[in-house]
Write a protein that binds this ligand. Structure first.
Ligand SMILES: [Zn+2]
Length: 400
């Protein structure tokens, strides 16, 4: 932020104008120089000069003429999707995943590595291995690396605190990665990344307030209010709903309490439930899917749920009931019109989301509950990676 009391220096004004113009073109998809002048308040001459600078940097291109409003038809401009590449990484699940994206969030290359803390693997080694493989695949100038990870982090300092699923009590991950790859590096809490991704890449008209519940190994929520990510006061631990106690006398949780939401709907709990179903009912739809793929993943459980496999439907009903309690709490506090389910549960589809929504209606003030819609994420498994990439778009280019 530029302090109001200080006059803009020429360079600052230039950079401010460049970010403003680039953001307008990015957000509108196609925009003319006259549109930019109208929307930004810059003079036509300044707007044209800034466009020329952005074209010289290869960020913006002319894509032909738009409809005439009487006079000469305007030349339309677009942000070149492949002007830069960005790397987004998701360290939230049982597999560490990453992708090289273009500026529109399209994956041009993917990579993943298995990680098992119980087998004494070093998470940092695995992350470096993953990034080494991704960095060489970026064929355009690399804007930077975004890392989405569970746990508490200081995104400004690039320090991770309490990422217990990765075996990191405290780690200056940002510094380590900046030194190794010599590009900007940003860390983002995984559910906050998921919220940014939904808001940036799955944008719904007139929706500027939403909560995104990410179900991975842990369960947490990212919150967008007035189009801005709510970061929370302490170490980006904005909404750790996974440790809400939703069941009296439930299973013990890693946090030291029992009956936490995570012990019922977290990936580990769901896969454990599915393994029990498979052992008892190998003839079920889940059994057939597992024999085909030789393992039980969240994707196979979700597929069995969508096929209506009775024991998996029962498992899903319990999950949606308890997830619904947490969603109702979120809604009661935030009164957001949209709640998005991301991570492993997104694959359970619309009827699962509707069951969560039904719990909100059961548990909150009726005339506010009527306005909330719960939907699954449409970003497939990419939500956290895309969120990490969105942080780069926001910080390095200022376009989101
Ligand atoms: Zn807990």
């Amino acid at each position: 932020m530029i302090p109001r009391s200080k006059k803009l220096t020429r360079d600052e004004a230039k950079s401010h104008n460049q970010r403003l113009v680039l953001r307008l073109i990015y957000q509108h998809g196609e925009f003319s120089r006259a549109d930019i002048a109208r929307a930004s308040g810059l003079t036509r001459t300044t707007a044209s000069a800034v466009v020329s600078e952005l074209m010289e940097q290869g960020l913006v291109q002319e894509i032909g003429q738009g409809p005439s409003a009487g006079g000469k038809p305007p030349t339309l401009l677009q942000v070149r999707p492949d002007a830069r590449h960005l790397i987004g990484v998701d360290l939230a699940g049982t597999t560490l995943e990453g992708a090289v994206f273009d500026l529109r969030g399209r994956a041009v290359h993917r990579a993943s590595v298995e990680f098992d803390l119980n087998r004494n693997q070093d998470a940092l080694e695995q992350v470096l291995d993953l990034l080494d493989r991704l960095v060489v695949e970026a064929s355009q100038p690399l804007l930077g690396i975004g890392i989405g990870l569970p746990g508490l982090i200081n995104s400004q300092l690039g320090v991770v605190y309490h990422a217990l699923s990765l075996g990191w009590p405290q780690l200056a991950l940002g510094d380590i990665l900046r030194q190794r790859y010599q590009v900007p590096v940003y860390l983002v809490n995984d559910s906050q990344g998921a919220a940014l991704a939904e808001y940036t890449f799955a944008r719904e008209e007139n929706i500027h307030d939403m909560a995104v519940i990410l179900v991975a190994q842990g369960v947490s929520a990212g919150i967008i209010l007035n189009g801005q990510l709510y970061r929370g006061r302490l170490h980006s631990g904005a909404s750790e709903i996974g440790h809400l106690r939703v069941m009296e006398e439930g299973f013990p949780c890693v946090c030291g309490h029992e009956g936490c939401l995570e012990t019922i709907v977290g990936e580990r709990a769901v896969l454990q439930g599915a393994r029990t179903i498979y052992a008892r009912r190998p003839d079920s739809a889940l059994g057939r899917l597992v024999r085909r793929s030789e393992e039980i993943t969240m994707a196979t459980v979700a597929e069995a749920y969508r096929q209506g496999d009775p024991p998996v439907m029962a498992l899903g009903a319990e999950m949606s009931y308890y997830l619904g309690i947490a969603a109702a709490n979120l809604h009661a506090v935030l009164n957001v019109p949209r709640i998005v389910l991301a991570g492993g549960v997104a694959g359970f589809g619309d009827s699962f989301a509707a069951a969560v929504e039904a719990q909100i209606r059961e548990r909150t003030l009726p005339w506010l509950a009527d306005r909330v819609k719960v939907r699954p994420s449409t970003l497939d498994d990419d939500t956290v990676e895309l969120g990490a990439a969105a942080v780069l778009l926001a910080n390095e280019l200022g376009v989101v």
